[in-house]
Write a protein that binds this ligand. Structure first.
Ligand SMILES: Nc1ncnc2c1ncn2[C@@H]1O[C@H](COP(=O)(O)OP(=O)(O)OP(=O)(O)O)[C@@H](O)[C@H]1O
Ligand SMILES: [Mg+2]
Length: 391
């Protein structure tokens, strides 16, 4: 077991070679529009699916890669697995402890991958699926013992799945078999590509807990790809937030939530995510449409008069039915009750920007009335015109 280290990795595709793009009739946006896309990174008629990534995954650690569709999550897994090699036009290096993996083929890396669609061999019952690798490598004598060990590890009821074919298994059961098939090979690194997205909500939570328990027990180094922040939070010791082929931030959920480095990260974590209100930096505060939020922060001196965004989490906005010191009048735009969470989400109109705040369920707020919002200074964020965090 060892750390996995990626250095300055780039994976480049010709824009017209993406099968999905051909099917859906997408074409790459012009270069000057590429920032607006926010997902894939298009340059010189090519897609930089991974665009200069450094990543250290510690031995036994589980990293979740979180990001929107097309940001390069699956490509990253394929690079680690050796299904995409880092040869021209790709570049960068990948190391597994002392072992240089850059030119090592997929087979010799012994990486285990679990995909969304399980990819079990349909005509084989589960035990054969587990043993297939050993059969291929003429090590059939190991199968019985290994399957028995893994079956015990997989927990209650797993042995009952062994003599069934995939057709006779539910989605969750197929996924357990797919995971067992990876574990049985004693992988160096375990890769998951949205393994739960085919399951219904209840089964997803249950399977998630099981996978996490298994990972804890085996301490296998894991990379877990998802676009669901709840899942990323549950599965990853640390989370890498990706956008347009780049890792924007790497940290625990708490770190990413409390200290987002830029507007993308701020608006990707949290449910609902952080509110971002456009304004101008002025006198250590932010001038919003007709209102001034005095943050008494010197850091804003450097961007005096420039366009900025004031960021505030929905749970941080204070709301009162009448004027209090420092509050500003806002229109209540919409009210939504979330009974199971014992709260409501009140959408406010801040001079044209919609701002969501979370309130206790028992409070009464009426649409199209005036309320008074206060933005606590110590819970405010400010992002510059380059979207980077200033305060
Ligand atoms: N074989 C390929 N040829 C050309 N372009 C590709 C190829 N594979 C991926 N891409 C492009 O690279 C970018 C990243 O793709 P990738 O599959 O890694 O995204 P993803 O983050 O896994 O998205 P999703 O959440 O939808 O699975 C996308 O713009 C995609 O269109
Ligand atoms: Mg993907």
């Amino acid at each position: 077991m060892a750390d996995v280290m990626l250095r300055d990795v780039r994976a480049v595709f010709k824009e017209d070679s993406d099968p999905a793009a051909v099917i859906f009739g997408q074409t790459a946006p012009k270069e000057e529009e590429s920032d607006l896309v926010g997902q894939a990174n298009y340059r010189d008629g090519q897609v930089y699916a991974i665009d200069g990534v450094d990543l250290d995954i510690k031995d036994g650690e589980s990293i979740a890669i979180l990001g929107p569709s097309g940001c390069g999550k699956s490509t990253m897994l394929r690079v680690i697995a050796g299904l995409i090699m880092l040869e021209t036009p790709n570049s960068g290096t990948i190391q597994y402890g002392e072992e240089n993996w850059t030119e090592l083929n997929a087979k010799d890396r012994r990486v285990g991958i679990v995909f969304q669609n399980y990819a079990l061999y349909p005509h084989m019952h589960s035990k054969k699926n587990l043993g297939f690798f050993f059969k291929m490598h003429k090590r059939e004598e190991e199968v019985d013992e290994r399957v028995e060990i893994v079956s015990k590890m997989m927990g209650v009821g797993f042995d009952q799945l062994l003599d069934r074919r995939p057709k006779a298994l539910s989605g969750g059961q197929q996924q357990r078999v797919a995971i067992a098939r990876c574990i049985v090979r004693d992988p160096t690194v375990f890769l998951f590509d949205e393994p739960l997205s085919n399951l219904d909500a209840k089964l997803r939570t249950r399977t998630r807990v099981e996978i996490k328990r298994l990972l804890r027990r085996f301490k296998i180094t894991t990379v877990y790809v998802t676009h669901d922040q709840t899942e990323a939070q549950a599965m990853g010791d640390r989370i890498a937030v990706m956008q347009a082929g780049k890792i924007q931030q790497l940290g625990t959920y708490r770190e990413i939530y409390d200290d987002p480095v830029n507007m993308f990260v701020a608006s990707f974590v949290g449910a609902p995510p952080m509110n971002l209100i456009p304004g101008k930096a002025e006198n250590g505060g932010v001038r919003l449409d007709g209102q001034f939020v005095d943050l008494r922060n010197d850091a804003l001196g450097g961007v005096e008069g420039q366009d900025v965004h004031l960021g505030i989490r929905p749970e941080s906005v204070l709301l009162s039915p009448h004027q209090v010191e420092g509050s500003m009048p806002v229109q209540v735009y919409w009210v939504e009750n979330h009974f199971s969470e014992q709260r409501k989400e009140v959408t406010l109109d801040f001079g044209g920007t919609r701002v969501i705040c979370k309130r206790p369920l028992e409070e009464e707020w009426d649409r199209n009335t005036t309320a008074y919002a206060t933005i606590p200074v110590e819970e405010s964020y400010v992002f510059g015109s380059d979207e980077r965090r200033i305060v």
